[in-house]
Design a protein around this ligand. Structure first.
Ligand code: UDP
Length: 408
């Protein structure tokens, strides 16, 4: 198949860990690469966000990236990108006029709008992955949510206009139902993990204290790093390593890094909490392997790739029972689930796990098994391609299709 991916803000070639560069960039890159390995032709359309960016790049993994001129050629926060989507739509419509793709897969709601309008004059099916939902963001962030006012209405429009919605977890299916996007359009295919890159064997970054907890993510409050810092006074002889955010040079000026450091000072644990900033992808396995426990404790999380990466490395996961984490982390088998935003149970669970190396070993081994059997990207790409094929042969809607990878 000739597949066109649209990922308006998340460039699959970007470095991960910055404010608007995380799981979606990785998802688009890994899924595209796996679809290419399966024999498909993949082009990713993403916004040009730097001067001098070439119009087209052939990625080493075999997919093509087209940098679409839509808005200024510089980084623009994603919540300010909506006004530039008309230009984005005109560009792709023009590209597809003479040679349309077989299927369009849009990522994030604004790409969905581009896809829905760009395919208006063709019969090309559109498959959409939300990655995050405005309703959930609004519920958790309230007035701090900077999304455009129309986001929720437009997300519903996208869901009801595309051929198929690909949810990444069962919690998202429930949320889509509440939003007014019917189950008949929805299939579940989770994100994946590279089980060759993320594996239990390999180099390990040395520890500084007898026990280490690692947490990874963009430095935004909802990732729950403050809750982990609050758990530290109850966990002696333990260091907390927080990975993500800007690189080391600019980390000291990052407002969230400053807030977290101040909290650690106030609680008297600053000497055991280290913010290391952005870590390049190739070093991530050695950092995760160095942990006795990887903690992923967001207030909410559309999917969450880090727990899968930790599981693939054979490290137990302490996670909040939210979003995709409730599917990937099996409580008591590959990790332990705790309620979100509750530092006390979090601290107690962390303490119990850190005191029990035998349990940690067995959780870690089960995590590796689960990652290897259910989440390799080649399998995720196969499930995704099956949905594309159903859309092409007209069997694409009619019932809730649940790819095996999403079930427990
Ligand atoms: N990541 C990275 N370096 C960093 C921080 C994060 O490579 O400094 C990667 C991390 O390993 C994971 C992705 O970025 O693959 C984050 O995805 P996730 O779904 O956990 O969170 P999101 O950023 O999408 O909210």
């Amino acid at each position: 198949m000739r597949i066109a991916m649209i990922s308006e803000h998340a460039n699959p070639l970007a470095a991960l860990g910055g404010v608007d560069a995380g799981g979606q960039n990785l998802h688009v890159a890994e899924l595209s690469a796996a679809l290419v390995r399966a024999g498909h032709d993949v082009t990713v359309y993403t916004r040009r966000d730097a001067r001098g960016q070439p119009a087209t790049v052939d990625a080493p993994q075999g997919f093509r990236v087209v940098h679409v001129p839509a808005g200024p050629a510089k980084q623009v926060p994603k919540d300010e990108l909506l006004p530039h989507m008309a230009e984005f739509t005109r560009f792709v419509s023009e590209q597809w006029r003479d040679s349309p793709p077989d299927v369009v897969h849009s990522h994030f709601w604004m790409s969905g709008i581009v896809a829905v309008f760009a395919k208006q004059h063709t019969r090309v099916p559109v498959v959409h992955t939300y990655h995050a939902l405005g309703t959930v963001k609004r519920r958790h962030q309230g007035t701090a949510d900077t999304s455009p006012a129309d986001r929720i209405r437009l997300e519903r429009l996208v869901g009801n206009s595309v051929t198929r919605v690909l949810a990444t977890c069962t919690d998202e299916v429930r949320e889509l139902g509440r939003m007014g996007v019917g189950n008949r359009r929805v299939a579940v295919v989770p994100c994946g993990v590279d089980c060759d890159q993320f594996r239990p064997e390999g180099p390990v970054v040395p520890k500084r204290l007898p026990r280490r907890v690692v947490s990874v993510g963009r430095l935004v409050p909802r990732k729950g790093f403050a809750d982990l810092i609050a758990a530290m006074p109850y966990n002696s002889d333990t260091e907390l390593v927080i990975v993500g955010g800007p690189d080391r040079r600019t980390l000291a000026r990052d407002p969230e890094a400053i807030r977290l450091r101040e909290l650690a000072e106030r609680l008297g644990v600053a000497d055991r909490v280290r913010l290391v900033g952005q870590v390049p992808r190739e070093r991530m396995p050695s950092v995760l392997r160095s942990a006795d426990l990887v903690a992923c404790v967001p207030w909410y999380e559309p999917f969450g790739i880090v727990p899968l990466e930790a599981m693939a490395c054979g490290v137990p996961v302490l996670a909040t029972e939210v979003g995709g984490l409730a599917d990937t982390v099996v409580d008591g088998v590959t990790g332990v689930l705790v309620p979100p935003q509750r530092p006390k149970p979090l601290a107690a669970t962390m303490k119990a796990l850190l005191a029990d190396p035998v349990k940690r070993d067995f959780l870690g081994a089960a995590g590796r098994d689960r990652a290897e059997s259910r989440y390799p990207w080649d399998r995720i790409a196969m499930d995704t391609a099956r949905v594309y094929e159903q859309c092409l042969d007209g069997t694409g809607t009619g019932r809730l299709a649940t790819a095996a990878g999403a079930s427990r």
